[in-house]
Ligand binder design. Structure first.
Ligand SMILES: Cc1cc2nc3c(=O)[nH]c(=O)nc-3n(C[C@H](O)[C@H](O)[C@H](O)COP(=O)(O)O)c2cc1C
Length: 387
């Protein structure tokens, strides 16, 4: 029925078994200073068995200094064996599923009770302003983390530039730094340009995938999708330049999101009462695809925020791909509600649809393991025990 969604795709030189993307979803279930726990590994095994063509593992920090969650994952040499185990077990479950690691630095989204809130924007009082040299260190950490991801055996990385984390903050017009990292677009995009160029140059395997998730519009004064530090009104001209930069750098995909969770949450994650926010995602995804098509670029485009639509998501995702407005469709909360969604859809089996109750988000708020408290007995009990 959904021929486009179940058609093979191409990310860089790699074939994907279909167009279903499991978007990164933090589980807050790392242990021993950032290693992947068996609980975390089991989550990804289920997704692999569930037939997701591309699985983007949740935000993994490139440094232990900037964490948004106490039990968050950290990629470094010390923790590498746990990441190798994750890749091994996912590939055992389904060798055709592509597994990417989302690499991040939490910046001002870090949690001050166990980490340090930092900012790149002068005048921002939420965190300590990083120095010129410290930003260079963050860049080096991203480059190293990409190398370690390849060493762990994953198929690629998702360089996180969305949702208000460091990678997004530095791109914003709000970044009025006077050093080489701020002010002009040329300077604000320097971090990204240099990091991606180095990541591509150091690849051992030419098929290693490099893409990015970004917020097309943050709904934030001076945020991504505006054009000056004091502007709130959407203007996508700089984001168009960002997408063009991705094409120029030779990236494999653009993963389109929007908003800043915790600040403009409904833009990222449509909820009841704000269901129609999903329409923005369709528009932003199409904008990215049109921009790339006009360049003659083969960078693949992934859309977001389909969970609120439940079963109606499938015909809309199919239409997006069929009309050439997207190449892939990504689900967030639905991967927690029912990790077996694609395979169940294929076989006509009943699917547990995300109820958009925000339970997984509330679990994050309490810094406990986050999952689906509606359908998964483990998380249901955990939530009750922590009330
Ligand atoms: C509990 C939870 C954890 C999330 N973790 C991440 C993450 O690690 N990285 C990321 O880019 N987005 C993260 N997101 C955002 C989702 O990937 C997704 O963009 C959002 O939920 C909207 O998609 P949906 O409507 O299909 O759920 C998270 C969202 C939730 C609710």
């Amino acid at each position: 029925m959904y021929t486009k969604l179940f058609e093979n795709g191409k990310l860089g030189n790699r074939t994907t078994q279909n167009r279903f993307v499991a978007q990164p979803m933090e589980g807050y279930d790392g242990f021993n200073e950032g290693q992947v726990s068996q609980l975390g590994i089991d989550k990804y095994i289920k997704l692999a068995k569930g037939g997701w063509g591309v699985i983007i593992a949740e935000a993994i920090s490139v440094t232990s200094k900037s964490l948004s969650c106490k039990n968050g994952l950290i990629i470094n040499k010390r923790n590498l064996d746990s990441f190798k185990k994750l890749v091994y077990e996912v590939k055992q479950a389904n060798p055709d599923a592509l597994l990417l690691f989302q690499l991040t630095h939490s910046g001002r989204n870090s949690n001050a009770s166990f980490s340090e809130k930092t900012t790149v924007c002068p005048g921002n009082e939420e965190g300590r302003l990083l120095t010129t040299d410290e930003i260079q260190e963050v860049e080096d950490a991203f480059i190293l983390a990409s190398d370690l991801t390849e060493e762990a055996g994953a198929d690629g990385i998702d360089f996180k530039c969305c949702h208000g984390y460091f990678g997004a903050e530095i791109l914003r017009p709000e970044n009025t730094r006077t050093d080489k990292w701020g002010g002009s677009w040329e300077n604000r995009s320097r971090f990204y340009r240099e990091a991606v160029s180095a990541m591509i140059a150091q690849k051992q395997n030419k098929d290693f995938i490099i893409g990015s998730r970004f917020s097309m519009y943050e709904g934030w004064r001076g945020g991504c999708g505006t054009t000056s530090p004091d502007s709130l009104i959407e203007d996508l001209s700089e984001m168009k330049m960002f997408i063009e930069l991705m094409a120029k750098l030779g990236m494999d995909y653009a993963n389109v999101s929007a908003g800043i969770p915790g600040r403009t949450s409904e833009i990222t994650r449509p909820v009841h009462g704000a269901e129609w926010m999903y329409l923005n995602h369709l528009r932003y995804t199409r904008f990215a695809k049109d921009t790339l098509r006009n360049l003659g670029s083969s960078v693949q485009v992934i859309g977001s925020a389909y969970s609120i639509l439940k079963e109606k998501a499938f015909p809309i995702a199919e239409e997006m791909i069929e009309k050439g407005y997207a190449d892939y469709a990504g689900w967030g909360r639905q991967i927690l509600a029912d990790p077996l969604t694609p395979i169940k859809l294929q076989h006509g089996d009943p699917i547990d649809y995300c109820t958009a109750c925000s339970g997984c988000t509330k679990m994050m708020g309490k810094q406990i393991h986050a999952g689906c408290m509606v359908y998964n007995p483990y998380y249901k009990k955990l939530w009750k025990d922590n009330l």
